[in-house]
Design a protein around this ligand. Sequence first.
Ligand SMILES: [Ca+2]
Length: 111
Amino acid sequence: MQASISRKRVLRYLMALFICAVFSLATISAVSGKPFRTGNIPRSFGCGTCHVDPRGGGKRNAFGQDYERIAIPAGEEYTKGLGALDSDGDGFTNDEEFAAGTHPGNPNWKP
Ligand SMILES: [Ca+2]
């Protein structure tokens, strides 16, 4: 009888440990981003510079998609080519948008 209770306790403990581990991993993956990238661009709007969700992660906005296609393969460098693009199609280049303080991935926000 004692061994059976002890086994149940161990199983409960292991189950609680497993649930905590899963919750911790889910939390870590939700908040871990690439904040160093915001230092590689002329102006930062935080994680929302590249991501639809301003907290980061998940789907990228138009600028983030161009950053992924051009800057990441260039070694995380904001290239002249990326600056010359109009990622969000609002009529202003990414360089013009950063210089004006508007968002290069949001067509509703332009100089
Ligand atoms: Ca814009």
